[in-house]
Design a binder for this molecule. Structure first.
Ligand code: AG3
Length: 281
């Protein structure tokens, strides 16, 4: 007997993962959470029928949204993560000794509790790190109200359906900008361009109205099927994207972090866009 999880994110395209064993299922105030085990991907976390992260391939997404902007900036001390309740992003961010504080704003407390119980392979001890401040709140409201300033904001959201939808609006990005220190960077997850072109082009349109330097960069994450995934990049410091490889290499070796996807060469190459994606941004 074999059961399949079928992701229903896209209207005309469906991907599936075989369910070895259901480990946990619950309906929270905000979303429907399902955790199961797949023989190839390990534990798979899904929210509202969409794959969020898996033990086997989470490193690609989390390394590219954490290490790339931190090493491009060169002096990140304060980081704000919006979403990311599974803790994988927080764990990568905290690997940098230069980070003195990481504030994570997650709307759904149950996802964090759940990660601490079931996803230790992904979050490690990130929630116990003294530099971590966990805020259970609506990210949109948090950036509209906080007086704090951050060197890096990472939007580790779901797709723009359900609670994640407001995290793709111009108002939200404008409030993020207000919360950035001088030369700060905003990075976002923008889905798979082949299947979610609007999600990318709309974010980039908003970014261009707000920031001096805007771009998108790519990485292929097996369980976000349909081709490479796009990450949004926005900052007012126009020098950060044209750093020489040697500068990134020096920062990367100085940080002493072991990675399985990120390297300085991958970093620079990730901004190279095939024409079908370049025309969306
Ligand atoms: N954030 C969700 C990315 C979902 C993309 N899905 C897709 N377009 N196939 C992941 C949360 C991991 N911390």
């Amino acid at each position: 007997m074999s059961d399949w999880f079928r992701e229903t994110l896209h209207r005309d395209y469906e991907s599936g993962l075989r369910i070895e064993e259901v480990l946990f299922e619950a309906k929270s105030e905000h979303q429907h959470l399902l955790l199961f085990r797949n023989a190839t991907f390990g534990r798979v976390l899904t929210l509202d029928g969409v794959v969020q992260t898996t033990e086997a391939d989470e490193f690609i997404y989390h390394e590219m949204l954490a290490h790339l902007p931190i090493l491009a900036h060169g002096g990140v001390e304060r980081v704000l993560i919006i979403g990311g309740g599974d803790g994988g992003m927080l764990e990568e961010v905290l690997k940098h000794r230069c980070v003195v504080q990481a504030v994570q704003v997650e709307i759904d407390a149950s996802v964090v509790d759940f990660a601490k119980t079931h996803l230790r392979a992904i979050c490690g001890q990130a929630y116990e790190d003294p530099r971590t401040e966990l805020v259970i709140a609506d990210g949109l409201k948090y950036v509209a109200e906080t007086e704090r300033r951050f060197d890096l904001i990472i939007v580790d959201s779901t797709d723009p359906i359900g609670p994640g939808e407001v995290l793709f609006t111009e108002r939200f990005y404008a409030d993020c900008k207000r919360c950035l220190s001088d030369g700060g960077i905003l990075v976002t997850q923008n889905g798979v361009p082949f299947l979610q072109a609007d999600e990318l082009s709309q974010t980039l349109r908003f970014f261009r109205r707000l920031f001096a330097d805007t771009a998108c960069y790519l990485a292929t994450v097996p369980t976000y099927a349909g081709g490479p995934m796009a990450f949004g990049w926005a900052t007012d410091d126009t020098s950060l994207r044209s750093l020489p490889l040697e500068t990134l290499q020096a920062r990367f070796s100085g940080a002493g972090i072991a990675t399985r996807y990120y390297t300085p060469a991958v970093h620079l190459g990730a901004f190279a866009l095939p024409p079908y994606i370049a025309e969306m941004v």
